[in-house]
Design a protein around this ligand. Structure first.
Ligand code: NAP
Length: 208
């Protein structure tokens, strides 16, 4: 598959790009094509392009941009039509030394779906810090995937399963994305308040 990462020059985009490049053709999308090419040079076999080029060339488009930039994706509507779109965007604001979920009555994933109506949107990797990717990372992470249809979930889940140590769990329709996304400020606050070091999601079942 050709997988584009919009905002792939950031910490999360590079970490995910390295993982996905073992199976897919990765395209790093940047507002500046030259910056995209420079970042892609850090990932074996990856290409760098501007957002339009990357979205247009890909089968799957991952959005790894800050929430404040979400309005800028509207111009990609034609490029991403008919494709699987993965949102790992977390709306967060600093407040009193902690982080607060900042989307008002919606979520980044629902906003993306509303803007890019031709695409099939799913959440994935929202709660997984970049440091959990890679060969030295802790395995066994549960990746929460919200999507409006089970078919879209299955497509996104197949991508999640390509990343070592990660198990997809279906979180229900996209309206659940606000809960999925809001786990990120929660775990970041938990790590800070309790001095645990970086945390992510893993659900356990009762023994026996
Ligand atoms: N970092 C993590 O561990 C992590 C984990 C899970 C989820 N996430 C989520 O993934 C997203 C990206 O996280 P990140 O830490 O990789 O973010 P980041 O470094 O702040 O941003 C990623 C990229 O977004 C692009 N971008 C587009 N519009 C922008 C704007 N107005 N201002 C700044 N950058 C803009 C930039 O690339 P170009 O300028 O090259 O276009 C930038 O390199 C966020 O929504 C975050 O909540 C992050």
């Amino acid at each position: 598959m050709k997988v584009a990462i919009i905002g792939g020059t950031g910490k999360m985009g590079i970490a995910l790009g390295v993982e996905l490049s073992t199976i897919n053709d990765v395209i790093i999308g940047s507002r500046d094509a030259a910056r995209g090419r420079a970042a892609a040079a850090r990932i074996k076999g990856a290409e760098g392009m501007d957002y339009h080029g990357a979205s247009n060339a890909a089968d799957i488009v991952i959005f790894a941009i800050p929430y404040r930039a979400i309005g800028s994706v509207a111009e990609l509507a034609d490029d991403v039509s008919g494709k699987l779109l993965i949102s790992l965007i977390n709306p967060m604001e600093a407040e009193g030394g902690l982080l607060r979920y900042s989307a008002q009555g919606t979520s980044a994933a629902e906003e993306l779906a509303g803007t890019l109506r031709g695409g099939r949107v799913a959440t994935a990797f929202n709660n997984v810090p970049a440091g959990f990717f890679g060969k030295d990372a802790t395995p066994q992470v549960d990746v929460l995937v919200a999507a409006d249809t089970k078919e879209t979930y299955e497509e996104a889940a197949a991508l999640v399963r390509q990343v070592r140590g990660m198990r997809p769990l279906y979180a229900g329709p996209l309206f659940q994305a606000r809960i999925v996304e809001s786990i990120t400020p929660l775990v970041l606050n938990l790590a800070k308040l309790n001095g645990t070091g970086s945390l992510t999601t893993r659900f356990v079942t009762k023994r026996g």
